[in-house]
Write a protein that binds this ligand. Structure first.
Ligand code: FES
Length: 581
């Protein structure tokens, strides 16, 4: 019977990195000579070469624990007989990027794909954490299709203020509105600012980063524990060691992302998304990732899964708790185990086991943060997909974080032409606005934004805040942060900047939102809309050169994932043909 060492030797003889380091011509000589300049020898390159794709930067607060986490991954790779080599790709931190990190997601995905493709690697651990780094890494790794594991940096600890738990950044918005309404003092507002972001890690409510990192477990592309283990918990480091060990085995057995991701695993991820009350941004990202597999995920699939999937967590902004409490309650595995009757439990994961096997020993729900499938917090998932003459290709609402009283609402449109117009007028004392009006924002989609910025949660006008109004129906072709809340219709497609019906709305039009009927209608006769369409002109593009121009020419609409049209699909890496010099 073959020993483990014998099996490894046989597997290692087939490694892609051998075509770099053991080629007999001058190319192999150059590769060996130059890697020796860094202190490595022949034994080092005679083993699986594992890339650690590092998205750290000093301008990305969410990735602060990466230096320690990378040491842990390295240890795991070495333990399993691999050679860890770290390489950088661009770092997308949500807070400091302008106009929006989403504008750069596809650039990061291209960076990841091409660096994986062009370097002498046999497998990759993808270190991610802040929102866009997660889909970007998966999109790039899937298109390159080299064995890969996603490892997130983990969520922040809870913030605190006068005995309250604070969540970044649901409370950033909620308490800013209270400060603007005059119900929170300047001193308390400053104390909130000091105490809300208390540790390294990504935002700790069920925002986009939490959602995507949890969904990696359901997709099967990360190890169990990836979603909820806090950034500063030593178990996060031990998860890094385990990921390092595991990627070496995946490289030896050539288990690629395309062996893990499938229609079944996407349906598993959507089911988890709905049961978590996860971020609307995940809809866009999952559509983009799936198209790298040649899969088109219809928005109707999200809606039908949401209707049949109960909410099994009470996590902000839809519920009461945060990632730290989810971790203490047993993490994502608790939810996945409850959801098994609704999942494809036989889907393969990077552990080498099925999703069902991964979560078989997960603890029972506590009934506070997590719920049993037969005793859910809400009978349906948190997302709904709307269609109608205002959104022929769909729009999305997170109704779990919206006001029940506004789920069926008809109101007078108050239209803002773009973000600058919104900034200029929204808080004007003489703004003609009432609490039943519908705030509409145009030109904020993938092309119009550009980059579909997270400005869909239009602020409530000050004059209404002071009257006690805290929510209104708001509609746009933008996105919103997963940490935001309110009755907010997003991702209207096609967007206004390419001539979608949203571009035709004017002040005073009646707009009908019917969430249970899944409808979004502009109550204007078709003959009048045709007249407005005939006089509509294409807005001046924001860029006439460089990456911006590439973006405007190739970005797809929200219902297709906002990827570049030329990036759909995969070109799997092969053993590299070295030029015979
Ligand atoms: Fe990175 Fe919130 S700023 S996840």
């Amino acid at each position: 019977m073959e020993t483990q060492q014998g099996r490894h030797n046989r597997a290692d003889a087939m490694l892609r990195s051998r075509t770099f380091f053991q080629e007999t011509g001058v190319s192999g000589f150059l590769h060996r000579a130059f890697i020796k300049s860094m202190g490595y020898d022949d034994l080092d390159v005679d083993r699986p070469v594992i890339g650690i794709c590092n998205t750290w930067s000093e301008l990305n607060n969410c990735h602060g624990n990466f230096p320690e986490l990378i040491k842990a991954v390295r240890r795991g790779v070495l333990q399993a007989g691999g050679l860890p080599l770290e390489f950088p790709t661009i770092s997308l931190g949500e807070i400091f990027l302008n106009p929006t990190s989403m504008f750069l997601r596809n650039l990061a995905a291209m960076d990841t794909e091409e660096m994986i493709r062009s370097q002498p690697l046999d497998g990759v651990v993808l270190l991610v954490n802040c929102d866009k780094t997660i889909p970007a890494a998966i999109m790039g790794a899937l298109s390159a299709d080299l064995p890969s594991i996603v490892l997130s940096g983990g969520p922040m600890l809870n913030g605190h203020f006068k005995g309250q738990t604070l969540g970044a950044c649901s409370d950033c918005r909620r308490l800013t509105a209270e400060y603007q309404a005059g119900t929170l003092s300047a001193e308390d507002y400053a104390a909130v600012e000091d105490g809300i972001v208390r540790s390294q890690g990504h935002c700790m409510v069920m925002g986009t980063a939490s959602t995507m990192n949890c969904m990696c477990e359901a997709l099967g592309i990360s190890l169990p524990g990836n979603g909820a283990t806090p950034a500063v918990d030593s178990r996060r480091l031990r998860l890094g060691v385990a990921a390092g060990r595991r990627i070496v085995e995946l490289a030896r057995t050539e288990v690629r992302p395309s062996d893990i991701l499938s229609r079944a695993s996407f349906e598993n991820a959507i089911t988890l998304l709905c049961s978590l009350g996860g971020s609307t941004n995940a809809v866009v990202h999952l559509c983009a990732i799936a198209r790298r597999m040649g899969l088109a995920l219809d928005l109707e699939l999200f809606d039908s899964i949401s209707r049949r999937t109960p909410m099994l967590t009470s996590l902000r902004p839809s519920g009461d708790y945060q990632m730290e409490e989810l971790f203490e309650a047993g993490g994502v595995s608790v939810i996945l185990r409850q959801l098994l009757p609704l999942l494809h439990g036989d889907a393969l994961t990077v552990t080498g086991r099925t999703l069902g096997e991964n979560v078989a020993d997960a603890p029972e729900p506590d009934g506070v943060v997590t719920a049993r499938l037969d005793q859910p917090f809400q009978p349906e998932g948190g997302l709904a997909v709307l269609k109608g003459n205002l959104a022929p290709k769909g729009a999305v609402i997170k109704h779990s974080a919206a006001s029940p009283a506004l789920m069926q609402h008809t109101g007078r449109a108050l239209v803002f032409r773009d973000y600058n117009d919104l900034q200029r007028r929204i808080h004007a004392p003489d703004l003609d606005v009432g609490p039943h009006d519908v705030l509409v924002l145009q030109n904020s989609g993938p092309v119009g934004g550009p980059g579909m910025p997270e400005i869909g949660n239009l602020p409530i006008p000050h004059k209404l805040l002071q009257q006690g109004v805290r929510d209104m129906v708001r509609i746009s072709d933008a996105r919103m942060s997963g940490t935001a809340f309110g009755t907010i219709v997003l991702h209207v497609s096609p967007e206004s900047a390419v001539g979608g019906p949203l571009a035709l709305v004017v002040d005073g039009d009646l707009v009908e939102l019917d969430v249970s009927g899944r409808r979004l209608e502009l109550k204007v006769p078709e003959s009048e809309l045709a007249r407005r369409r005939a006089s509509w002109t294409v807005p001046k593009p924001d860029f006439d050169r460089g990456y911006g121009q590439l973006f405007l020419e190739h970005v797809t609409q929200a219902d297709e994932g906002c990827d570049f049209d030329f990036l759909h699909g995969r070109t799997p890496v092969k053993a590299v043909e070295q030029p015979k010099l």
